[in-house]
Design a protein around this ligand. Structure first.
Ligand code: HGY
Ligand code: MN
Ligand code: MN
Length: 410
């Protein structure tokens, strides 16, 4: 088989730059919420690249897009991929890098005249971020059988839109049943989105698993009142109660659970939102993460207990809705070992690690042996316009993906 070990960094960078213009805002961030117009445009750009590669294109009923490259033999594919949707004001690499590097790998194989024994595929999973429609990682979740298709299609977004209708509107309500593509191995290349590799000057993260995720929406019902006349003891202040929750979850993570427990209040909305009105209502979200499911469950329970106490202390009513819940997952040890073998041979400084961020690989691991490859995020920054990675690290990640896929496919 002809030797090939290098992808074309400039070609990859030019495609990343083109994709980054879709959903770009003045502040430099990128916003491509799932099933919005920018998501459609990004999907169409990738479809164009898939057609250039003469891939067999399949779109499934939850909008996942697959480009399939035939192998010498038929059968389960070796799949790469990630997502194209972003958070609000996100960066140019989260998700995009894994999709475009996967296509770069296929282009490199074409240029080298290489045909692998197994078919190869690049996947674009729908709604990985979960901002507009919860839960996150919805496309891979349905693909893996973790969420009923009709339930996904009926999901109402935070903007009141209906998932299935939006999927039709953007033209990506495909005919194929989710999960109908047999997968031999799944390999996802992604930026780390955290500081570990950058701090240690490592180039490649050999990802052994992903921590668990729990998202809860909390509604707090108090009573609007006059800020100047209502004594503190007579208030039912939803704003103060919400602030108590935000403060509590930090203590919950740092003091009560400890270890690698994390807690974030990413959304906090008050109504009526007037300077001289005691807030009547609050809507907030709590994102809890832990690599141990027993501790994550404890954190969830402690939060519920805190809300019960808060109701009594502040005379408010609270209600909760679980937006997402993904257990910690360990990737396939042999596939992780294959990635480590490749990285060692290519002589990149590396380390094994757990992913702090959730990824589609977390659900693909329930379908087939899966693993991930990380490259450093400069300053550990992601989900931000400042998200960036050194070009030579982008190239290193793509080369490791290329070599790992060649081995998994043959
Ligand atoms: O939330 C996450 O960890 C991922 O970026 N969806
Ligand atoms: Mn991502
Ligand atoms: Mn993300």
């Amino acid at each position: 088989m002809p030797e090939v070990s290098r992808t074309d960094l400039h070609r990859l960078q030019s495609r990343l730059a083109a994709l980054a213009t879709i959903g770009a805002s003045e502040g430099g961030g990128i916003t491509r919420l799932a099933l919005g117009d920018a998501d459609r445009e990004a999907r169409q750009l990738v479809l164009g690249l898939m057609r250039e590669l003469e891939l067999e294109i399949r779109v499934d009923r939850v909008g996942n897009v697959f480009g399939i490259r035939p192998g010498i033999e038929e059968g389960p594919v070796v799949m790469m991929g990630s997502h194209l949707d972003t958070v609000r004001d996100g960066g140019p690499l989260d998700g995009s890098y894994g999709v475009l590097a996967g296509l770069e790998v296929l282009r490199t194989l074409d240029d080298a005249g290489i045909r692998t024994r197994r078919p190869l595929a690049v996947a674009v999973f729908t709604n990985e971020e979960g901002l507009r429609y919860a839960p996150d990682m919805m496309g891979s979740l349905v693909f893996a059988g973790g969420l009923d298709l009709d339930q996904a299609l009926a999901t109402v977004g935070e903007d009141g839109s209906v998932f299935g209708r939006e999927l039709e509107r953007i033209g990506f309500a495909g005919p194929h049943a989710p999960g109908s593509i047999p997968v031999h191995r799944y390999l996802e290349l992604h930026v780390e989105q955290g500081p570990v590799l950058d701090d240690e000057h490592a180039v490649i993260g050999i990802v052994e698993g992903v921590q668990g995720i729990s998202w809860t929406e909390i509604l707090i019902e108090g009573e609007a009142n006059h800020a100047g006349t209502t004594p503190l003891r007579r208030r039912r202040d939803a704003g103060y109660a919400a602030a108590c929750v935000a403060r509590y979850v930090r203590d919950l993570a740092q003091l009560e659970i400890g270890g690698d427990q994390l807690a974030t209040c990413g959304v906090l909305e008050l109504e009526p939102g007037a300077v001289n009105v005691v807030p009547a209502r609050a809507r907030l979200t709590v994102d809890l993460r832990n690599s141990r499911d027993d501790e994550l469950k404890l954190a969830e329970r402690f939060l519920d207990d805190f809300l019960s106490t808060l109701e009594y202390d502040e005379q408010v009513r609270t209600s909760t809705r679980r937006l997402a819940r993904t257990e910690p997952v360990a990737f396939d040890a042999d596939l992780v070992g294959l990635v480590e073998e490749v990285v060692t041979e290519l002589d990149y400084p590396c380390r094994r690690m757990i992913s702090g961020a959730g990824h589609d690989a977390q659900w693909m691991a329930r379908v087939c042996p899966s693993a991930m490859i990380f490259v450093p995020s400069l300053g550990g920054v992601s989900h931000s316009p400042r998200e960036a990675t050194n070009p030579e690290h982008l190239e290193a990640g793509a080369n490791v993906l290329l070599e790992a896929v060649l081995r998994a496919a043959d």
